[in-house]
Every structure is written in C-alpha cells, then in structure tokens.
Design a protein around this ligand. Structure first.
Ligand SMILES: [Zn+2]
Length: 208
C-alpha cells in the first residue's frame, strides 16, 4: 500500500522543471517531506500519461504498455508500486545531495536493487529526438519508463552536475531541479508557482 494521498491530478500537464528525467520523475508528488504527500500518479493509467508527457517512453512503447496493462491490471499495479518505491529512494538520494548530507543507506540499497532489475543488454536506439535508451524486446513493457528514470538517475548521481541539483525552497513543495542558471542562484522550482508565492508573501509581509 502506498502512503501517498491521491488528489485530482494533472499528471499530463505537470511542469517539467527538473532538467533531467529522473528529477521530473521525483517531482510527481507535492511535498515529499509529508507523511502523506499529494500524488499525481493516482493509478497506472495516470502514470503512463505522465510518462508520455515527460518523454519517458515512445508512442509505440506507450501503446504496448497500455495494451499489456489492460490485460494484466495486477502487473500494472505492481509496476506502479515499483515506480513509487524508486521515486521515494531517488528523492532521498537527490535531496541529501542537494543539502550536502550523506545519503541514507536504505535509499542506496533500494536504488541498487532497482538498478539490478533493469534488463540487459541495454542498447542505444534511434528516436525522433536523437538517440535514446533502448530496452530488450519482450521484457515487461510496463516498467520501461521506470528503467529510463533509473538510468537517468544513475548517470546524474555520479556526475559533477550533481552539485547543481537543488530542492525548491517553497514551503510544501520539495521539487528538485538542476540549477543551470548563470550564477547558480535559482531558488524555486518555477517562478510561476513557488517563485510567485514567495514574492506575494514578501509583499504581504511588507504591507502588514
Ligand atoms: Zn517549488
């Protein structure tokens, strides 16, 4: 069972502010620090909606995953729980990095177990936007977007760019992003959301 609260969701319209697939993967609940964060992957169908939105799978892979999930709803549920577990571990790993803390051993273990579940051999495949990870044929198509996020994370976690991962300072947000701004001064997931709220709060504080 997930400890995540379901809400009316806009999984297919979530802002992709992370700068890397793995960070956008994590940015699919509001406020990881809560015991019951607000969930946007309320069911496997919405997870796929998000995955397509975030380009974590191709249209052909989406079709296959939809077809398989309608025949194997139990498998789809398991894939969703797997995705949520990976997401929790990734939040732990990246949030620790963003705050300069050592990561929790349990998050690392969860991640390594997930990494071992990615089928081999991997290959690079031509896609419309250039090369992308290609997965072996005929192996659980329900999990492909999760593998893509795991590989994105494995790459970023050992890259020098990890130092650019930040956690939004907005209260009740906890979204992660790669700060590629010129002087590395980005504080918010997006100016339209947390940035504007912070501005409004400062304005209110001045007036009262
Ligand atoms: Zn934010």
């Amino acid at each position: 069972m997930s400890n995540v609260k379901s809400v009316n969701t806009y999984a297919g319209d979530l802002r992709l502010v992370g700068g890397r697939l793995c960070l956008d993967f994590v940015n699919t609940v509001n406020d990881h620090t809560l015991e019951h964060p607000r969930e946007h992957w309320c069911d496997y169908g919405l997870f796929l909606t998000w995955a397509r939105h975030a380009s974590a799978l191709t249209p052909a892979e989406l079709e296959e995953a939809q077809a398989v999930s309608s025949v194997h709803p139990r498998g789809a549920e398991e894939a969703l729980e797997f995705a949520r577990g990976v997401r929790r571990a990734l939040y732990g790993l990246f949030s620790a990095a963003a705050h300069g803390r050592p990561c929790a051993q349990s998050d690392l273990e969860t991640f390594n177990t997930a990494l071992a579940r990615v089928p081999h051999p991997l290959r690079l495949a031509a896609g419309s936007g250039g090369l992308r990870w290609g997965w072996p044929e005929g192996i659980n198509p329900l999990e492909r977007p999760i593998w893509a996020a795991i590989y994105s994370a494995a790459t970023l976690l050992v890259a020098s760019e990890l130092a650019l991962v930040h956690e939004c300072e907005g209260p009740g947000c906890s979204w992660l992003f790669l700060d590629t701004s010129r002087n590395h001064s980005r504080r918010w997931c997006s100016m339209e959301d947390c940035g504007n709220l912070a501005k409004a709060r400062r304005y209110y504080a001045r007036r009262h």
